[in-house]
Write a protein that binds this ligand. Structure first.
Ligand SMILES: [Zn+2]
Length: 349
């Protein structure tokens, strides 16, 4: 069987055919957040033959990820590989004919334009609403489909947002404001099961294949809610865009424009805090400077190590991760103030 034949079963699907498959092979998508949802979507779309896949994730692989993040191995967790890079290697092994671009970055209002400029559509694999609102603003402003999904415990929500005429409602049509931090359940507090992620990722990927193969008319204008654990699901008709929507109607892209520099924040599902970067840093120089304070390993774009002088609540050394883009993640505390103090002391500004 030749490489050209690998999509044979997909071409056989009536609405896809040779023309649809060609279009899929020449498309470029972004997966923002390569956690549970992002891994499953990336796996399916790489196998489907999407020509270029841009992966964006700020974090590293940990053992607690392996239960649901299907692209990663124990070795990735043991060596704390950046998720975007570990997933990229795995996708290339799955399908060597596609182009995979890995970005170990935190998507913000400042870099979204550079990272997503060339993509045809955006798949949401995020764990926080703040970044989703940045994506929603960007997608509406630049007329790119945005495939929203979120999963907690055994439940999930999925909605495809298409800003091109005839436009569907956007995220802010349904949820005008981002829920306040700490007001909703996260995978940290309520947990998460892989089968629920599979449902949400499958719905996202199916809509991605419909859009990329020229079958927009097959997209349902609904918000899917499912509770897999309790065997329930509903599709809510979402109708027309909300006339009072600040984003898609009034074109007030406040999350893109006012986000400025992101703030330090505790990371969902982890005893860790992320400190935003202020520009690229020289990791080998930093490694030298930290030599006497702990044990560090440099594997560009990441410097990782434990600080001998700082202990977490359970007496383990604090783990410090520094990325080339200037960001740092401090593991072993969820206290933003303490993390900032550690950052100021060992890395500085
Ligand atoms: Zn809207």
């Amino acid at each position: 069987m030749t490489i050209a034949d690998r999509y044979h079963r997909q071409r056989l699907v009536e609405d896809i055919g040779d023309v649809g498959q060609e279009a899929i092979c020449h498309s470029h998508i972004a997966i923002v957040g390569v956690g549970a949802l992002g891994c499953m979507s990336a796996d399916m779309l790489a196998r489907a033959g999407v020509g270029t896949i841009t992966l964006i994730d700020r974090d590293i692989v940990e053992y607690t990820n392996l239960q649901r993040q299907v692209l990663f191995t124990e070795e990735d967790a043991r060596t704390n590989q950046p998720k975007a890079i570990a997933a990229g290697c795995r996708l290339k092994a799955i399908n060597s004919s596609i182009d995979v671009r890995s970005h170990v970055e935190d998507l913000t209002a400042l870099n979204v334009g550079r990272l997503l400029k060339e993509v045809d559509l955006i798949i949401d694999g995020l764990d926080n609403f703040r970044t989703r609102y940045v994506l929603n603003d960007y997608a509406v402003k630049n007329c790119k489909p945005y495939l929203f999904a979120g999963v907690i415990a055994g439940t999930g929500n999925v909605m495809t947002i298409i800003p091109n005429e005839p436009a569907t409602p956007c995220l802010r049509c349904l949820f005008p404001e981002s829920p306040p931090v700490g007001s909703h359940e996260t995978c940290d507090t309520a947990g998460i099961i892989a089968p629920a992620v599979g449902i949400a990722a499958s719905c996202q990927c199916c809509d991605a294949l419909k859009l990329l193969s020229g079958n927009r008319d097959k997209i349902s204008n609904t918000l899917l809610f499912f509770d897999l654990w309790n065997s329930q699901s509903q599709r809510h008709e979402i109708g027309e865009p909300n006339k009072t929507c600040p984003c898609c109607q009034k074109l007030d892209f406040s999350f893109l424009e006012s986000a400025g520099s992101p703030e330090a924040a505790a990371l969902c599902g982890q005893n860790a805090v992320q400190i935003p970067g202020t520009g690229n840093i020289n990791l080998s120089r930093l490694a030298k400077r930290l030599e006497s304070h702990g044990t560090f390993t440099l594997a560009t774009p990441l410097l990782r190590g434990s600080l001998h002088e700082e202990l977490s609540g359970d007496g383990e050394p604090i783990i410090l991760l520094c990325f080339e883009d200037g960001r740092a993640i401090i593991h072993g505390t969820d206290d933003v103030g303490r993390a900032k103090a550690i950052h100021a002391r060992f890395i500085g500004t």
